[in-house]
Write a protein that binds this ligand. Structure first.
Ligand code: C2O
Ligand code: CU
Length: 470
């Protein structure tokens, strides 16, 4: 009784309004609670959602205005079927938040408790997402639905002639497994990964979106637990990548295929101008190595062209110079600026996922003092991340910073990953090198694999940004 692909209408999550605003700040209240979603037609699925919906409401923030978010955990004390205590921690992924507001995994909010987060919004315009990070249950909580987008906009980005408004949409990709009652099944194959047979876009299985003959901008987010995607249009026409995790690229890049690991965001522009009214263009998933595929996991969604565009405003992919974001701070980094080089090894050891030999349990045991690196505030470092785990890929996320990928297996990175990043796809036996400037805050921040069953068991550690004398 799964729906046929491309029969359900595309939809986007609602944008949440602040409860109040003052001269500097927008205040939001969000409750984490259970909800009922109709994901499969006529079937009720229990979810955990921000405001009870999944994906949660989009927060639209403006650069220079702080967001204060009061997050209430109204979840049941224990997950009704899986039994764990439904504690949470909210992480705004892509934000340089202070440590106490970063959704530190062990800084949990138990059912019935409240925590207020502050987000500075001083970075460049970008697509962020907020999702659960509660220690050992991040995967179940996110899978149950605690994930949503957060758009940071700024005047530079708003002034560019790139598609906006009706011509811009999130594409939040997840995969699920349902039981015959319509409930989610959680099976992470011994903590190696969960691979659903149903692909959702913004919570809808394989939706169909009506589009006009013009360009559209999509904020693509892979919010799956373990599924990597390789996107391709059925026409094999190129897509234009205009943004990466940390915001707009300096120069847009075209590609016919886009590999997207968990937590990566790519802003892509697809031009539907040359397709005929009535024509369908599919967005397909060619799959990645060591994933588990089912009949329809090669399909994501389809676009159906309605006719001529009602408006051709902002129908471009860059400004007239061909540059989008010449000032992207993370791009202003060169290997010669690095004052320190480090190596992180991700692997499977003694039945555990580890980063440079350590796990989150080691961090906990040290009373949260153990760190794998102590970069000095405002200095640049070069980190080499080596995947020694054989048949697994690991999207490695470094909190706090935007980084620049400078090398993938001794060669140039893919053209679409040349923008500012905070997650890097470290494929099977791959080695990548990244450069980052460590700041703007001191403190301890997590580094982990964004395969969430890996993260929970226990592929997560931390670094500490320290002052000069420390
Ligand atoms: Cu998107 Cu530490 O997470
Ligand atoms: Cu991993």
């Amino acid at each position: 009784k799964l729906p046929r692909p491309y029969t359900l209408p595309f939809k986007v999550p609602p944008v949440i309004k602040p409860v109040r605003s003052d001269a500097t700040t927008d205040y939001y209240h969000i409750a984490q609670r259970t909800g009922v979603a109709e994901i499969l037609p006529g079937v009720k699925t229990p979810v955990f959602g921000y405001e009870g919906i999944s994906p949660g409401p989009t927060i639209r923030a403006t650069r220079g205005r702080e967001v204060v978010l009061r997050m209430t955990n109204e979840l049941p004390a224990r997950h009704p079927r899986w039994g764990y205590e439904a504690w949470t921690s909210c992480h705004l992924h892509g934000s340089a938040s202070l440590p106490q507001y970063d959704g530190y995994a062990s800084d949990i909010t138990r059912p019935g408790q409240v925590k207020t987060y502050r987000y500075p919004n001083t970075q460049d315009a970008r697509t962020l997402w907020y999702h659960d990070h509660g220690v050992h249950h991040t995967a179940e909580n996110a899978y149950m639905g605690l994930a949503a987008q957060y758009h940071l906009v700024d005047p530079l980005e708003q002034s560019l002639p790139i598609p906006k408004g009706d011509y811009e949409a999130p594409l939040i990709l997840t995969d699920k497994i349902f039981n015959s009652n319509g409930e989610f099944i959680y099976d992470d194959n011994g903590h190696s990964g969960l691979y659903g047979d149903v692909i959702l876009v913004n919570g809808v299985p394989w939706p169909l979106m009506k589009v006009e003959q013009r360009k559209y901008r999509f904020r693509v987010l892979n919010a799956s637990l373990a599924r990597g995607f390789r996107l391709q249009l059925s026409t094999r026409d190129p897509m234009t990548v205009i943004g990466t995790d940390g915001g707009l690229m300096v120069r847009p890049q075209t590609t016919a295929q886009l590999r997207l690991g968990m937590a990566e965001r790519y802003e892509i522009v697809i031009d539907f101008a040359k397709y005929k009214p009535g024509q369908r263009v599919e967005l397909r998933n060619l799959g990645v190595k060591n994933s588990v595929d089912y009949d329809n996991t090669g399909k994501i969604m389809a676009f159906e062209v309605t006719g001529p565009a009602k408006s051709l405003a902002d129908n471009a992919v860059s400004d007239p110079d061909g540059l989008l974001n010449p000032q992207a701070p993370a791009m202003d980094l060169a290997p010669a600026m690095a004052v320190q080089k480090r190596k992180l090894e991700v692997e499977r050891k003694n039945g555990q996922w580890v980063i440079s030999g350590t796990t989150w349990a080691d961090v906990v045991k040290s009373d949260y003092r153990k760190v794998v690196a102590k970069p000095k505030l405002d200095t640049v470092e070069q980190w080499e991340i080596v995947n020694k785990s054989g048949g697994w890929f690991h999207p490695v996320h470094i909190h706090l910073v935007d980084f620049k990928i400078i090398e993938r297996n001794g060669k140039a990175p893919f053209n679409y990953e040349l923008g500012p990043k905070d997650v890097v796809y470290v494929g099977e036996n791959e080695t990548v090198k990244v450069l980052a400037r460590f700041g703007p805050h001191k403190g301890r921040y997590m580094i982990h694999c964004h395969n969430l069953p890996h993260e929970d068991h226990d592929m997560m550690t931390q670094f500490e940004v320290v002052g000069d004398s420390e």
